[in-house]
Design a protein around this ligand. Structure first.
Ligand code: AN7
Length: 380
């Protein structure tokens, strides 16, 4: 059997493209290297010739893309001698911060909006031993408090305003380019603080800027990991499309939103921290912003789970909901390749999942007859 090195996380894999030193102690849980799944059934259902891939970030160690940024942010915090990290969160950042702090042996303080984070995420923050501060206010209020307190206490902010977060998250774009052999035509993401769409654009831009090396066959850039090293990688970049939940869509309003609401609690954010960067990403890439209603988001989540076997959380389904609409209207033309990032795992929010699929559970007697009848009914 040929020897294949153990995968030890995205910092090791992309260390030549990340701001770390040879002797940096890396805090990792094996994040990154997530599946890029080509949708088979949904394109056929909508009758369109498009290549849609979903990048299943829910398969990261804590179940969301936040792990990509958190491995970098916590690695750099520890390197700088920090003993504590802090974040405001709609849930996933707090789960990742709690886990990576545990791994590093430091303390995590997490501010979460009371009653507005999904149960799985709360369980994670609690289990990993972070100090959970539930505030009577929303994410945006928590974010302001974190910024204010970090000036007065010895804590490192690990929200995406920490630049190391975006450095870690840009590696998702590297993985996509390496797997497809080029960038997709369109990359669709759910947008909250707009850190992830910004990070992906950084990744695509770095890749295309370095593509000359691939063409000449001297691929120092990918450190031998690139499947196309020595071949020609097209230096293309995707149009970046950011979809928001309609009740939390400051990029559609063109202004901050003070009381954001959506069933997709992960993106219940009215004051995006990467506001200017995201507008730049849209303009530079030739992409756009749009919004999806809660009903559209939940329908896309269900469709993906039922028709493709992929379970993502509601916020994540916003990327697919928007992409499917734009494919149907022709705004995204047939023949396009599309990547939708599925930012978090469906198990993060079991309450919302169960609430919208309760009809699939049938209570029956524990008899052979009842089971046989149920099978016949189910096949009908
Ligand atoms: C599943 O955890 O902001 O546009 O505090 O959890 O980079 O903010 C979560 C964001 C999309 C939006 N999908 O990403 C937090 C937090 C999921 C998310 C987003 C989040 P950004």
């Amino acid at each position: 059997m040929p020897f294949r090195p153990r995968y030890t996380g995205l910092i090791e894999r992309y260390r030549d493209r990340l701001p770390i030193h040879d002797d940096t102690r890396i805090i990792s849980l094996g994040e990154g290297n997530t599946p890029l799944i080509r949708l088979n059934n949904i394109p056929r259902l909508i009758g369109k010739e498009v290549d849609i891939y979903v990048k299943y970030e829910g398969l990261n160690p804590t179940g969301s893309f936040k792990d990509r940024g958190m491995t970098m942010a916590v690695t750099k915090a520890v390197e700088a001698g920090s003993r504590a990290i802090i974040c405001a969160s709609t849930g996933n950042t707090s789960a990742a911060a709690a886990a990576y702090a545990a791994r590093a042996g430091i303390t995590a303080f997490v501010l979460i909006p009371e009653g507005k984070i999904a149960m799985g995420k709360l369980a994670q923050a609690m289990m990993h031993g972070s100090v959970v501060l539930q505030i009577r206010g929303n994410f945006d209020a928590g974010m302001q408090l974190v910024k204010d307190v970090a000036d007065q206490a010895p804590v490192t902010i690990v929200n995406s305003i920490n630049p190391f977060r975006l450095q870690g998250q840009k590696t998702a774009a590297f993985e996509i380019v390496e797997e497809l052999g080029r960038a997709p035509d369109y990359h669709c993401l759910p947008v909250g603080n707009a850190g992830n769409i910004t990070a992906h654009w950084i990744g695509y831009c770095e890749y295309s800027a370095a593509s000359g090396d691939h063409v000449t066959g001297a691929c120092a850039f990918c450190n031998g990991h690139c499947a196309y090293a020595g071949g020609a990688i097209v230096g293309n970049r995707p149009k970046m499309i950011g979809y928001q939940a309609a009740g939390s869509a400051p990029f559609m309003r063109g202004a901050m939103v003070d009381n954001p609401e959506t069933v997709a609690t992960a993106i219940r954010i009215g004051h995006p921290q990467s506001w200017n960067q995201a507008w730049k990403v849209k303009d530079e890439s030739g992409g756009w912003f749009d919004e999806c209603t809660d009903a559209e988001i939940l329908a896309a989540q269900k469709l993906l789970a039922e028709k493709e076997g992929v379970f993502c959380e509601p916020a994540s389904a916003t990327s697919l909901a928007g992409a499917l609409r734009d494919v149907k209207t022709g705004k995204i033309p047939e023949g396009s390749s599309i990547v939708c990032t599925l930012t978090g795992h469906g198990l993060k929010d079991p309450d919302t999942a169960i609430a919208q699929s309760g009809g699939n559970v049938h209570t029956i007697d524990a008899t052979l007859d009842a089971v046989r009848r149920a099978i016949l009914d189910g096949m009908a």
